[in-house]
Write a protein that binds this ligand. Structure first.
Ligand code: SF4
Length: 371
């Protein structure tokens, strides 16, 4: 697909869209009003073309994936967010907690299969002490020093600081010392206080989430950023969320990738409806256009499903995430995606989307190009 930005400028019926296209062509930053206009626009194809134009300037024809494994050591969680179908009380019949040996066995399987990364996040049990989180990281790193440990969301870091009475800096420094390499982006949900009070009133707020990431960046721990959309938030609140992330990225440059996460309502107390694929693609494309200081935008195949994720690779996204092996969090909320994919499957999905599959490590260093 050749991207001819002039066509969008010349053919747009909507004058504001034409002026946004001109800004994109000139490499100018979009305003919050521009992003809101795009969210309200029905010109999905034009928005996708603009986003893909920007993506190709940043990432060429590359579409990234990683051989990784997600480990969710427990689903017991004290916070009981209404949008979450994963976190349960300890007394719930579906509650589980993995032993250290079980976690290490999973890491070993991944390592032997050529895995490059462990993505470890989970519920937050009231009975876990601070040392438990540090020990899991330390033991994984001790046994498998080559494996990158990307673990614990900002919500978990905030919780550790609370129960240990340490600062974010102390907690993150101790985790880094134990072997933590990077932080995932989960827990951002939506930054709006109004919406957060409805969907997740008990856990760390937006300022706390952002401060954990800012601190991590200062300590040279790279992190990812997310936004959960499609529940009770307004379009204005989506734009505010993106804007907060863009500001922090201007300050620190420590975010590696932005991951828009579609809300899945099944089994949640909040309920609601699944987002449409039009909304999914538009959100990915606008994220690409607005977050000019992010190098990568991820189309997370678990929440989007394979087909939309593939289309998203031509709507501004340049990354599908990874093989994952056994995702449990979004599956609790009803996604019908596979629990994991083989590397060959991801390579094939990317090739069929017309892109060049590039296996990467956590830090987006190229491991292998499947040309
Ligand atoms: S979203 Fe996270 S903090 Fe909230 S209930 Fe689920 S696992 Fe717990």
């Amino acid at each position: 697909m050749e991207i001819v930005i002039d066509d969008v400028i010349k053919t747009a019926q909507d004058k504001r869209l034409a002026s946004i296209a001109e800004k994109v062509a000139l490499g100018e930053r979009l305003s919050e009003e521009d992003a809101l206009h795009l969210f309200r626009s029905n010109e999905l194809a034009a928005i996708g073309q603009l986003a893909e134009y920007v993506n190709r300037k940043k990432n060429g024809m590359n579409a990234y994936f990683i051989i990784n494994r997600q480990i969710n050591p427990t689903n017991v969680c004290v916070y009981q967010c209404d949008f979450c179908a994963f976190g349960v009380k300890r007394s719930d019949p579906s509650a589980y907690e993995m032993s250290l040996d079980e976690v290490l066995k999973k890491v070993e399987e991944t390592y032997l299969a050529g895995g490059k990364e462990i993505h470890m996040v989970g519920g937050i049990p009231a009975h876990w002490g601070y040392e438990k989180y540090v020990e899991l990281v330390r033991e994984i790193k001790k046994r498998f020093p080559e494996v990158v440990v990307k673990a614990w969301t900002a919500i978990e870091i905030h919780h550790m600081a609370k129960i240990s009475k340490k600062s974010y800096e102390e907690v993150l420094s101790e985790l880094k010392e134990a072997g933590l390499d990077a932080l995932p982006g989960g827990g951002a949900e939506i930054f709006s206080e109004r919406a957060r009070k409805i969907i997740a009133p008990n856990k760390a707020n937006a300022q706390e989430y952002l401060e954990v990431h800012r601190t991590a960046h200062r300590l040279r721990i790279p992190t990812n950023a997310t936004m959960l959309y499609g529940h009770v938030e307004t379009l204005e609140e989506r734009v505010e969320h993106l804007s907060e992330l863009r500001k922090i990225q201007d300050e620190t440059g420590g975010f590696q990738v932005f991951i828009p996460l579609a809300y899945w309502p099944e089994g949640t107390r909040l309920g609601g409806r699944r987002t449409s694929s039009v909304d999914d693609l538009k959100t990915i494309a606008i994220s690409r256009l607005f977050l000019d200081n992010f190098q990568h935008i991820k189309a997370y195949w678990v929440t989007l499903g394979e087909k939309v994720a593939q289309i998203a690779l031509n709507f501004g996204a340049d990354d599908l995430d990874g093989t994952i092996e056994e995702e449990r969090i979004v599956h609790s909320a009803g996604t019908k995606s596979a629990y994991g994919h083989s590397a060959q499957r991801l390579v094939s999905l990317i090739k069929k989307a017309g892109k060049v599959p590039v296996e990467r490590d956590t830090f987006y260093r190229v491991v292998k190009v499947y040309d």
